[in-house]
Write a protein that binds this ligand. Structure first.
Ligand SMILES: Cc1ncc(COP(=O)(O)O)c(C=O)c1O
Length: 513
């Protein structure tokens, strides 16, 4: 038999591969190219060994690999032959059969003379997914906000200031003395060390007591799970007119409808909520009471009480999303609604995404025992539990005091950065720009009325390496004309003074020329 043209790969990656695997790859390639046809014998091991200048055992190992992969079979007394039907042909022939079936079915059901659907034309059908929930945004064309030189994303912490070397010690301690009994399944509500640390912290700093905790993969998973457990198609969720789109998406994924409750400069209007509750079907109220997302307003105690009373009267649970509680600068932050919840109707959701960084994916739901039991069972169904090592590392970091020192450092830093942005905007006002805003008592962003339409601003800025969110993406009321969209949300936490100054210069020049 004539020698095969065998090309052994010499790429960087192939250097670490065993020789017999490289030979198996080359033989497979030769078979695919048709150098040896199906059912035809391979050259003998001796021939191949001589051609490639290797030991016969190496060739036998390569052939054995091809047998295992289904390309070659051993034939008694006649050596090794290429199989009759190559592995690639098997799936291709399945596709052809499916395609022919589809074609002939559609031919029968439509026109027999339809020349585009000839039985002999092999059209590769693409699988017809039947989505129950479909996202219309293409994930691949969404560049991450942190990939921009100037990232004004509202809730973005400054990841550069996270104490990685301190945190690394927590991890390495855990890896030096692994807790073998904790590395398996179970404990879907979270590692006891972490839930205990969080419970102590919440009791001390946020006055939340008598509730259970479940650790989740960031608040988003908590929102999604709550929506899966409590909502069904046709249910309604009362949300603030301006809000957090990922939460809306979680509710809508269960088939729920959003009911817009209007807000004023003091936050959501309780009378509007009452009007909607009377109409019925509302199953949940979603609120961001401390730093209303995106407007940053703190909901006054009197309104909180009114809302709680309404929820109690109509038997509706409240989700309180307290995503950046500690970053409050002018006074102590108001205690969460969950701290005064005699009926246990508040589902409190919070996160480490702002205190650490978004990719850490540690969040938690705090609620009464009945709900947490069900949520934990659902968590087990979805993904068993959160990553154990990261939970233990965060617990250790909290226990050793690193978490609270970092928090104090970052609160001081973000306080300064808020004040800097406020003074920069006041300078702009003095220069005559039609900018209007209230200085928020806390949070990581300012909600600013730019005095002119901001429609198209985000896209223009993206071409200038600036990421900025505008009112359009947060406002549920869409029937306004362009001139009515005037607000932007300027995150001030993730960049230093120099970066904010440069970025703001680009924003104002783009908007006002
Ligand atoms: C209103 C709100 N809730 C929750 C989160 C945090 O989400 P996660 O914990 O899933 O990172 C954010 C982050 O931007 C937020 O703005």
């Amino acid at each position: 038999m004539k020698a095969l043209n065998l090309i052994l790969t010499t790429s960087e990656h192939s250097k670490s591969r065993a020789k017999y695997l490289l030979i198996a790859d080359a033989l497979r390639q030769a078979i695919k190219q048709g150098q040896v046809a199906p059912s035809e014998a391979l050259p003998s091991a001796r021939q191949l060994a001589a051609q490639l200048n290797v030991n016969r055992h190496t060739i036998m190992a390569a052939v054995a690999e091809l047998v295992a992969q289904g390309w070659v079979e051993a034939k008694e007394r006649s050596g090794y032959r290429v199989v009759k039907q190559l592995p690639i042909q098997t799936s291709q022939s399945l596709i052809s059969t499916a395609s022919n079936t589809i074609n002939s079915t559609s031919q029968n059901s439509t026109s027999k003379n339809n020349s585009a659907l000839k039985n002999d034309a092999v059209i590769t059908p693409s699988f017809n997914w039947q989505f129950r929930y479909k996202n219309t945004a293409t994930i691949s064309d969404t560049k991450s906000p942190s990939a921009y030189q100037y990232n004004f994303a509202g809730g973005q912490p400054d990841n550069r200031l996270f104490p990685f070397s301190e945190f690394k010690h927590c991890f390495s301690q855990l890896c030096q003395r692994p807790k073998f009994d904790k590395l398996g399944y179970g404990a879907s509500a979270g590692e006891a060390e972490l839930t205990e640390q969080i419970a102590t912290y919440l009791r001390r700093v946020r006055s939340i007591t008598d509730k259970e905790i479940m650790i989740c993969n960031g608040s988003q998973e908590g929102l999604y799970m709550v929506s899966k457990l409590l909502l069904q198609a046709g249910d309604k969720v009362a949300v603030e007119q301006f809000g957090y789109p990922p939460a809306w998406a979680a509710f809508k994924s269960s088939g729920a409808e959003l009911v817009i409750i209007e807000q004023d400069d003091k936050g959501i209007i309780p009378a509007q909520l009452a009007t909607q509750l009377i109409k019925g079907d509302i199953k949940l109220i979603y609120l961001t009471p401390l730093h209303q997302y995106p407007t940053t307003v703190t909901l006054a105690v009197s309104r909180r009480l009114q809302i709680y009373q309404l929820a109690a009267q109509y038997g509706v649970a409240i989700i309180e999303d307290d995503y950046d509680h500690e970053f409050h600068y002018d006074s102590q932050p108001l205690a969460p609604m969950a701290a005064d919840d005699p009926l246990g109707l508040v589902i409190y959701i919070s996160t480490f995404s702002k205190l650490m960084f978004g990719g850490v994916r540690v969040g938690y739901v705090v609620a009464n025992n009945e709900l947490i039991t069900q949520l934990s069972a659902y968590k087990a169904l979805m993904n068993h539990k959160n990553n154990v090592l990261i939970q233990q590392a965060v617990a250790k970091w909290m226990q050793q005091g690193g978490f609270e020192s970092h928090l104090r450092r970052m609160t001081r830093c973000y306080h300064k950065r808020r004040d800097f942005l406020v003074s920069l905007l006041r300078d702009y006002q003095r220069q005559g720009l039609p900018i209007n805003f209230n200085c928020p008592a806390g949070g990581m962003a300012l909600w600013v009325d730019m005095g002119v339409s901001i429609v198209g601003l985000k896209q223009k800025l993206q071409t200038k390496n600036v990421y900025l969110q505008t009112e359009i993406e947060f406002n549920l009321l869409t029937e306004q004309d362009d001139s009515q969209y005037r607000f932007i949300r300027i995150g001030f936490a993730s960049m230093d003074e120099n970066e904010v100054t440069q970025g703001m210069k680009i924003i104002t020049q783009t908007l006002y020329g």
